[in-house]
Design a protein around this ligand. Structure first.
Ligand SMILES: C[S@@+](CC[C@H](N)C(=O)[O-])C[C@H]1O[C@@H](n2cnc3c(N)ncnc32)[C@H](O)[C@@H]1O
Length: 315
């Protein structure tokens, strides 16, 4: 799938439905045998199909919705999964052997080993997480957001979530805390969506002091990138940032209470372990415990799709 997106097969078929084998060979510019192999693979994976009478190829619905350039698509996520995530799996046994009981890898990865030291991967990562967020947020329960006036989005990435929430709540203002290099990418996206007046970025490392007096704090796909022991510290910081009766929203994958799933949480946990050497992957009740320890009065959990949940903590 990733190679076919790199060769832009799906955009070609979108423009040329029922395309012949010869026209595809010409477009992809790889040998005939390789083209036929790639097309067979895409047919077997149900990304494209072949009409048995005309022998032409066309996209199936999934490819047409997610893999065509020039409109909203999941291509950055597909390519990141192939080029970075899958490769990281080669070190799984080594990573598992080094994990401490608090979920932290006992041997820190050197700077050169880390994907975060590679500027190409940095952009790729921001684009991939953005695509992933736009996919998952559609199943998020937003009922507790209504009435929120000023939201602090901690580690808000390229702004995909902030733009989505602004489209749902016309009076909402959002301040995003992000690392400087991500703010740079985000500002273009916010300007393209004409939301510069409602979404502000502050360049910050989360260890710095956070601004105060928000009625909502959001952490989307955020606590999972840190060691588990950091979650409670982050929730305490959110508590101090909120006005009385403010709410903390955590959008994240959850393990079930028996630690027998969900699949998305397990996959992400293993990937983070390989890449970062840690990851705060918890069940709902573990998050609840950290939030109550941080001072919150009550915690509600709303299940979404793809093993995601919206956890809402009330101050
Ligand atoms: C997995 S992404 C989630 C992005 C976004 N919240 C979303 O759901 O699409 C985690 C984000 O945390 C940011 N981040 C990581 N370490 C940080 C730090 N020390 N201070 C501020 N942001 C940080 C990264 O730049 C990245 O954009």
């Amino acid at each position: 799938m990733s190679v076919a997106t790199e060769l832009d097969l799906f955009t070609f078929l979108d423009k040329n439905p029922d395309a012949s084998l010869e026209s595809i060979i010409e477009c992809l510019d790889i040998p005939e045998q390789s083209t036929r192999l790639l097309l067979s693979g895409c047919c077997a994976s149900k990304l494209i199909c072949r009409d048995h009478e005309t022998m032409g190829y066309r996209n199936t619905k999934v490819a047409s919705v997610a893999l065509v350039k020039g409109r909203k698509n999941m291509i950055p996520l597909v390519q990141f999964t192939h080029q970075v995530k899958e490769k990281s799996g080669f070190h799984l046994l080594e990573s598992l052997r080094k994990v401490d009981n608090d979920g932290t890898n006992s041997v820190e990865k050197s700077k050169d080993e880390s994907i975060y030291s590679n500027p190409k991967v940095d952009k790729q990562l921001a684009d991939a997480v953005g695509a992933y967020s736009s996919l998952t947020w559609h199943s998020a329960n937003l009922s507790e957001f209504s009435g929120i006036k000023h939201l602090l989005d901690v580690g808000g990435g390229r702004g995909i979530t902030a733009v989505y929430l602004c489209s749902k709540f016309p009076d909402l203002k959002i301040t995003v805390l992000e690392l400087p290099r991500v703010c740079e990418m985000a500002r273009h996206y916010i300007a393209e969506n004409n939301l510069a007046a409602r979404i502000k970025y502050i360049e910050i490392d989360l260890e710095d002091t956070w601004p105060k007096d928000f009625d909502g704090v959001l952490m989307s796909h955020f606590v999972t990138i840190f060691p588990k022991k950091k979650a409670e510290t982050l929730y305490k910081k959110a508590y101090e940032t909120l006005i009385p009766s403010g709410k903390l929203f955590v959008w994240t994958v959850l393990f079930n209470e028996y630690e027998t799933g969900g699949m998305e949480a397990v996959k992400l946990a293993l990937y983070h372990l390989n890449i970062n050497g840690h990851g705060a992957f918890c069940s709902g009740s573990e998050h609840q415990k950290f939030m109550l320890n941080a001072g919150f009065e009550k915690v509600n959990i709303f299940e979404g799709k793809f093993d995601h949940s919206m956890i809402v903590a009330f101050k």
